[in-house]
Design a protein around this ligand. Sequence first.
Ligand SMILES: NC(=O)c1ccc[n+]([C@@H]2O[C@H](COP(=O)([O-])OP(=O)(O)OC[C@H]3O[C@@H](n4cnc5c(N)ncnc54)[C@H](O)[C@@H]3O)[C@@H](O)[C@H]2O)c1
Length: 330
Amino acid sequence: MERTIGFGIIGCGTIAPWHADSVARIEGARLVAVSDVVEEAARKMGQKYQANWYTDYQKILEREDVDVVCVLTPSGMRKEIVLKAAEAGKHVVVEKPIEVTLERIDQMIGACEQAGVKLAVIFQNRFLPGPRRVKEAMEEGKLGKPILGDAYIKWYRTQQYYDSGGWRGTWRYDGGGALMNQSIHTIDLLLWIMGPVHSVSAKMATLAHKIEVEDLAVATLRFASGALGVIEGSTALYPGFASRLEIHGENGSLILKGEQVVAWELKDGEQIPLPFPPQKAAAGGQADPTKISAEGHYLQLKDMVEAVRANREPLVNGKEGRKAVELIRA
Ligand SMILES: NC(=O)c1ccc[n+]([C@@H]2O[C@H](COP(=O)([O-])OP(=O)(O)OC[C@H]3O[C@@H](n4cnc5c(N)ncnc54)[C@H](O)[C@@H]3O)[C@@H](O)[C@H]2O)c1
C-alpha cells in the first residue's frame, strides 16, 4: 500500500478551506496540521478538520508526518516561510501569485531546487476542462499561427474587501492591485496558451477605491510569436463580469467566458457542443472572492500528490508560476 502523503497548512484565512477540503478528497492524502499567527483562526481550522494546530508554523516543519506544506499567507509574506520549509525538506504549494517580486520568487525557486523539494503554484483554472480544451487546440495546431490573444477581466471588489485585511491593496504585501491579485488567473491562462510576451506597454489608474495600488489597468502586448494582444484588468467595474479570454489564430477563434468555452469557430468546420463544459462548477469570483470553484484546487493538489509519488515536477511549478508575475511587473 502506498504511504499517506501528509499535508500542513500555513495561513488559515479565506482560501485555506479550499486546500483543506481538497486534501480531504484525495485518496492517500491527509491534513495533519495547520497554523496561523492568529490563535483563533488556527484553532477553528484545526478543530473543523481534526488536525493539530499551532500558532508557530515551525512546529509544522518539525513534524515527520508532514510531506507537503501549503503556504497560504498573504502574497508578500511567503518567501521566508518557503525558504524554511525547503530547508526542512518539505515540498511546497503556494497560492497565486507565487510572491510579489522577481527577486523574492527567484530565491524561493532556488531554495526549493537546492533542497530537492517540489514547488507548486496554485493556478487552479489550468486544471479545468474549458481552459484545457483551448490549450490543447492551440498545441494541436487547430488555430494555426496565433494572431491575437486578449484577456478581459472586468471584476468588482468593494472598498470593504480591501479594508478586510491590512495587506490587501498594498504594494508590499499584495504586490499590486487588480492585475497582481485578481486578473493574474486569466493572465496566466493567456501566457499558457499564447506563449511568452516579447514586449508590453500599459497604463494604470486607481479610480474607484482608496488603495495605493491600481484598480484598473490596460496593456498592449506583442507575443514572441509575433501575435498581438490586449489585457484589461479591473476590480472597479460594478457588478463584475465573467472574465473573457479571446484567442484568435489564422484558422479561427476560441473564446472562454469564465472557465467555459463559449465560441469555437474554426475554418475547418470542426464543432464542439457549446458551452463546454455544459455546467460550470461555480461562479468565477468576478464579484466575490469566496465564490470560486472547488474543483480546480482539488485537481491541482491531486497533481501535487502524484508529482511527489512519481518524483516528477508538478504541472505548475515555480518557473511556470513566475511567468504571470514577470509580465505584470513589466
Ligand atoms: N487561488 C485563488 O483563487 C485564491 C483566492 C483567494 C486568495 N488567494 C491567495 O491566497 C493568499 C491568501 O489570501 P486570503 O484571502 O486567504 O488572505 P487572508 O488574509 O484571509 O488569510 C491569510 C492568513 O495568513 C495568516 N498569516 C499571516 N502570516 C502568517 C504566518 N507567519 N504564519 C501563519 N499564518 C500567517 C493570517 O493571520 C491570515 O489568517 C493570497 O496570496 C491570495 O492571493 C487565492
